[in-house]
Design a protein around this ligand. Structure first.
Ligand code: APR
Length: 311
C-alpha cells in the first residue's frame, strides 16, 4: 500500500512543529511548503536527519513549489500573518484571506482529492473561504480549533484537580475566539462530571481562562503565538483521518441543521475518518448553551459579511 502524503503549508512555528509531530508518528511522507526560499528546505532536512536517531522512516521534504505537493491525501494550512501592533482585525482578515485564497487555488490544482485542514486565524472564516475557493465537498474541508480549546480546558482542569490530563475529557464548541462555548456539563474526570468536583466559581474561572487561553500565551511570549498545543491538536485530527480512527473531536465544520445551525462553519463535535468529516454529533444543550452557540454563529456570519464587503 502506498504511504500517505501529507502537505503542511506554512513552515513557521505551527507548520514546522506539525510536520515534526507527523513525521515522528510515522503518519506518512511529509511535504513542508512556504514562500520563504530555503527555510522549509532547511527545516525539512534537519527533521530528515533526526530520523535515524528518533527511529522514524518516513521522508520529509521542504519546498517552495506546489508541484512537489501533488497528490497529497491531507493538506494542513498554517500559513498566514500574525496580527502586528497597529493592525486592525479587519486588516488581518484581508491579508490572511488573500494568502488562503492563493494557497487553496494551488492545492485544488495539485491535490484535487485532498482533505483540507485549516489552522490559520481567524479560523472559522478562513475555513469557510478555503471551502469556497476549492469547491471541495464540505466533508473534505474543516478546521482545527476545538481540539485545542478543549485541550486547554482539559489541562486547566487537570492542573486544578491534580489528576492525569489524559483522564480529563472536555468539550468546547462554537467559534475559535471570545465567543467560544466551553461546556462544563460535558466535562469529566474518568467519567465523573467536573460539576461534582469543583465549585461553580472555580469552573467559571477555568472557563474564562480557556476563552482567553491563546491571549495568555501571546502575552507571555511577547512575540508570536502558541504552537505546541496547536500542532498536537491538528496532528490528532490528521491521525484520526489517515488511520480511519473515527475519533470524535470538536472541529470547525460546516453545519447542516444540527444544533439549529445551517450553513455556517463553526466548532461542533465531529467523527473523523478516512473520508474526512463523517458525521456531526449532536449534544443535548440547555437553552443557555444553545443561545451561546447561536451567538457564536452570528459573530462568524458577521465576519463573513465583512469579508464579502472587502472583496
Ligand atoms: N504560502 C506559504 N506560506 C506562507 C504564505 C503563503 N502564501 N504566506 C505566509 N507564509 C508563511 C510565512 O512565511 C511563515 O513561515 O506562513 C508562516 C507562518 O508562520 P509563523 O509566522 O511562525 O506563524 P505561526 O505561529 O506558525 O501561526 C500560523 O496558525 O495558529 C495559527 O494564528 C496562527 O494564523 C496563524 C497560523
Amino acid at each position: 500500500m502506498a504511504r500517505n502524503k501529507i502537505t503542511v503549508v506554512g513552515a513557521g512555528f505551527v507548520g514546522a512543529t506539525t510536520a515534526q509531530r507527523l513525521i515522528e508518528k510515522s503518519l506518512g511522507d511529509v511535504v513542508l511548503i512556504d514562500i520563504v526560499d530555503g527555510m522549509p528546505q532547511g527545516k525539512a532536512l534537519d527533521m530528515m536527519q533526526a530520523g535515524p536517531v528518533e527511529g522514524y522512516n518516513g521522508t520529509i521534504v521542504g519546498t517552495n513549489d506546489y508541484a512537489d505537493t501533488a497528490g497529497s491525501d491531507v493538506v494542513v494550512i498554517t500559513a498566514g500573518l500574525p496580527r502586528k501592533p497597529g493592525m486592525t482585525r479587519s486588516d488581518l482578515l484581508a491579508k490572511n484571506a488573500a494568502i488562503i485564497t492563493g494557497i487553496t487555488e494551488q492545492v485544488k490544482k495539485h491535490s484535487p482529492n485532498a482533505i483540507l485542514v485549516c489552522v490559520t486565524n481567524p479560523l472559522d472564516i478562513m475555513t469557510h473561504l478555503a471551502q469556497q475557493v476549492s469547491g471541495f465537498p464540505h466533508e473534505r474541508v474543516f478546521g482545527m480549533a476545538g481540539v485545542l480549546d478543549s485541550a486547554r480546558f482539559r489541562a486547566f482542569i487537570a492542573m486544578e484537580l491534580n489528576v492525569a490530563p489524559s483522564d480529563v475529557h472536555a468539550m468546547v464548541l462554537g467559534s475559535h475566539g471570545d465567543s467560544m462555548v466551553p461546556l462544563a456539563r460535558f466535562s469529566t474526570v474518568s467519567g465523573i462530571s467536573i460539576e461534582k468536583l469543583m465549585t461553580p466559581e472555580r469552573i467559571e474561572a477555568l472557563v474564562d481562562r480557556t476563552r482567553k487561553g491563546g491571549g495568555e500565551i501571546v502575552q507571555l511570549l511577547k512575540t508570536g503565538s502558541a504552537y505546541y498545543a496547536p500542532s498536537a491538536s491538528v496532528v490528532a485530527m490528521v491521525k484520526s483521518i489517515l488511520l480511519d480512527e473515527k475519533s470524535v473531536l470538536p472541529c470547525c465544520a460546516y453545519t447542516t441543521g444540527k444544533y439549529g445551525l445551517d450553513g455556517v462553519y463553526m466548532g461542533v463535535p465531529c467523527r473523523l475518518g478516512r473520508s474526512g468529516l463523517e458525521e456531526i454529533l449532536e449534544l443535548e444543550l440547555t437553552d443557555a448553551e444553545r443561545e451561546a452557540l447561536h451567538a457564536s454563529a452570528k459573530k462568524i456570519n458577521e465576519d463573513i459579511a465583512d469579508l464579502a464587503k472587502m472583496a
